[in-house]
Design a protein around this ligand. Structure first.
Ligand code: NAI
Length: 724
């Protein structure tokens, strides 16, 4: 079935309506590009057609490339000879260039969101009018997945609105409302939705109608200045170059490629500019970053959101009301999240005052949202009315799900579990938000361990998208299915892992912190350790993260492991650092204002000067290279992800990659820890691990799984998936 309908009216205006069958949004794919080409040729050849208007039959216009279906294109780009690859990857560019030069005026009626390739279609038409609707987004978000707008966006946008104004659109992927797009000069008009098509047709029939783009008109001045860039523009590029290097720390080649495409392409005629853009676009498709980012940020996340791990055969669960035990930092935020998704919450704490304090946190979030006009006042009131603060267990009698977030203390959790099970319906699933205690052992306090599961949120829960679901030994398929349904109901992204100490995410991030702490014991300055973390692409340095998660927590986990594991426990060299900091110097982290950093009231945190005394710095000549420091910080985490796969905690690399990025901010350009290893090549990783182990310690020696994979030529993602 065709996805573009073709209709010519009595005035000779051909309307091409894009409406891809069976899809909620129109997306760009190679098949669609060919259909578009056919429709354009048909209109070009039809002598009754005087003008063309392109619009969409869906509520959005065209949402951009079909990233999920892009694997074929990426694989082709990577494997085909360069000339052949370029031909395929620049096909839409060719079709759109034909569109703007067919000799008939073309208009776009932007009835809904037009992003990426969708907006690039509009840019290749002579007139753009959008519906007057603030929710419509217009822009080029490609940079966010490691790509550049590869169908003319980097050339037409600066030619329309200038190089300077293009920067936030192209380099940050910022999107605009129709009104903003009009005032910046990207579109010509904004009209009420009902008048959209009529307006486009009126333009096509008016004397102003043109079939030539500004850049194809005689006398057009390229914004980069032909035959040498204007000094002001050159200066801008120098600054932008430095900025993108600084902001993205060299890990994101897309920003540099966009700058180069704009710099080189805006000094020459458009046809050459489009060729330059196509060359950079292909280089990004062939590089490691875009495929890895697309795979994890879209393909894998999309699969997680669609609940690929949900056991079959369990009816979809509905949640009218849930019980939230503990109204502290986590409980209060989770209550807010549930209530903001229309679910009633019984928020229970030890006394009503504590429960009310938790509700107060939700109230603050509501007030902030209302003051920023992100929420209507009535909406905020309704949200708060859904949260019932209490200390009475009887109020839990009719809830559909339980989340427990009381103190991280086995005995308290066991006590609460018993009290709750005495009042809730027997079918209700009980999820614990523990961050460290194995679920199987917590379930021992339950009369129905098959209904007991881990539902691990991240702080601040109102912002963090990930929820780690942990199956205990006795957790049933039903408990998993219902919990996945709940995570979907509150619009978070789930990963599913098996039980183990620290599950997947908690132990994963401990490795980052631990490696940073070990570096201190090697005489490497704390500031260098922190910079290495940021240069590696992590959101914060390992010592700053230690302060956030609390140094005493690390110490307590160590003590618990000593007791639970006995002789089998192999403490990390980082323990000595926690002992020196917390046990000997009372430095627990941000929570007591004293950690690796100091937290002056109202001021910026600064590294604690006392560190140099506790961990004397060696002469610079003895420090490892910055590349080794970066590699150690990323490998310490990725190798632990491999170990969790060996141990069966992770059953699929997708969970590790989605969990690493969305839960902990693991360097997004890598596509996640396991994608990163695939990208480096497993055999290369093994060799690198051996070198790191010889230089820095046994913890880097390659896990057996990696050695086996290298020997058998296997990767974490099967070849086809590896490419996208
Ligand atoms: P918190 O100390 O801020 O809150 C705990 C709340 O539980 C307090 O309001 C306390 O009054 C209440 N409580 C204690 N005993 C109770 C009882 N017997 N009955 C009813 N309420 C009781 O702690 P936070 O940070 O909210 O942590 C709660 C749980 O969430 C812990 O298991 C923790 O490991 C886990 N968690 C914490 C994260 C964090 O970043 N803080 C992240 C993910 C999980």
């Amino acid at each position: 079935m065709s996805s573009i309908s073709y209709q010519v009216d009595a005035d000779g205006i051909a309307t091409l309506t894009i409406d891809q069958p069976g899809k909620s949004m129109n997306v760009i794919s190679p098949e669609f590009t060919e259909e578009l080409s056919e429709a354009i040729e048909r209109a070009a050849a039809d002598s009754s057609v005087k003008g063309i208007v392109i619009t969409s039959g869906k509520s959005s216009f065209v949402a951009g490339a079909d990233l999920i279906g892009m694997s074929g294109m990426i694989e082709h780009a990577r494997n085909a000879p360069a000339a052949e690859a370029l031909k395929v990857s620049s096909r839409l560019t060719e079709v759109l260039r034909r569109l703007e030069t067919i000799g008939k005026p073309v208009a776009t009626a932007i009835n809904g969101t037009a992003l990426g390739g969708g907006f690039e279609i509009a840019l290749a038409t002579h007139y753009r009018v959008a519906a007057d609707d603030e929710s419509i987004k217009i822009g080029q978000p490609e940079v966010q997945v490691g790509l550049l707008p590869g169908a003319g966006g980097t050339q037409r946008i600066p030619r329309l609105i200038g190089i300077m104004a293009s920067a936030p659109l192209l380099l940050e992927g910022k999107h605009l409302s129709p009104a903003q797009a009009k005032s910046s000069g990207l579109i010509h008009d904004v009209v009420p939705a009902a008048e959209l098509l009529a307006k486009a047709k009126a333009w096509l029939l008016s004397p102003q109608a043109k079939s030539v783009q500004p850049w194809d008109e005689r006398g057009f001045k390229v914004p980069g200045g032909a035959g040498g860039m204007h000094p002001a523009a050159a200066q801008l590029f120098m600054a932008a170059n430095a900025m993108t290097r600084d902001k993205t720390l060299g890990n994101y080649p897309a920003a540099q490629a966009i700058l180069s495409a704009v710099y080189e392409g805006t000094q020459v005629p458009i046809d050459l500019g489009l060729k330059i853009e196509a060359k950079y676009f292909l280089s990004l498709l062939r590089g490691p970053v875009a495929p890895a980012m697309i795979r994890t940020l879209f393909v894998n996340k999309g699969r997680a959101d669609k609940l690929v791990r949900r056991p079959q055969g369990v009816p979809k669960a509905k949640f009218k009301k849930i019980g939230m035990l503990g109204a502290g930092m986590m409980g209060a935020a989770i209550a807010y999240v549930a209530a903001s998704n229309g679910i009633e919450v019984v928020l229970l704490d030890r006394d009503v005052e504590a429960a009310e304090r938790g509700k107060g946190y939700a109230r603050k979030l509501v007030e902030k949202a209302v003051s920023r006009r992100k929420m209507a006042e009535v909406e905020g009131e309704a949200l708060l009315a859904r949260i019932h603060a209490t200390a009475d267990y009887a109020d839990l009698a009719d809830v559909d799900y339980i989340i427990e977030a009381v103190f991280e203390d086995r005995a308290i959790k066991a006590d609460v579990t018993k009290k709750v099970e005495a009042v809730i319906r027997p079918d209700v699933i009980f999820g614990s938000n523990t961050s460290t205690i194995p679920i199987t052992s917590l379930a021992e306090a339950s009369e129905r361990p098959e209904k007991f599961i881990g539902i691990h949120f991240f702080s601040p829960a109102e912002k963090m998208p990930l929820v780690e679901i942990i199956r205990g030994n006795k957790t049933s398929d039903e408990a998993l299915a219902v919990t996945l349904d709940f995570v979907q109901a509150i619009r978070k992204t789930p990963i599913v892992v098996n039980d183990g100490r620290g599950f997947f995410t908690s132990r994963f991030c401990m490795n980052y912190i631990g490696e940073g702490e070990i570096m201190l014991t090697e005489g490497i300055p704390a500031a260098l350790v922190e910079n290495a973390g940021k240069l590696a692409g992590m959101p914060v340095g390992p010592l700053a993260l230690a302060d956030e998660t609390a140094i005493d927590l690390g110490w307590k986990i160590h003590k618990a492991a000593e007791i639970d594991l006995g002789d089998a426990y192999k403490p990390s060299a980082a323990i000595g650092v926690m002992e020196a900091m917390y046990v000997k110097n009372g430095r627990a982290g941000r929570k007591n204002g004293k950690g690796f950093y100091e937290y002056p009231e109202g001021g910026q945190k600064t590294l604690w000067p006392g560190l140099a005394e506790l961990f004397p710095v060696k002469p610079e000549s003895e420090w490892p290279s910055i590349d080794d420091l970066k590699k150690r910080l990323l490998f310490a985490q990725a190798l632990d992800a491999v170990r969790t796969m060996e141990e069966g905690v992770l059953t699929d690399p997708e969970d590790g990659d989605v969990g690493g990025i969305f839960g902990l901010g693991f360097a997004p350009y890598t596509g996640g820890p396991l994608s990163m290893l695939d990208g480096i090549g497993i055999a290369n990783v093994v060799a690198e691990c051996e070198r790191l182990a010889a230089n820095y310690g046994e913890r880097f020696s390659p896990p057996k799984l990696l050695r086996d994979m290298a020997a058998e030529g296997r990767t974490f993602y099967p070849a086809a998936k590896a490419a996208a």
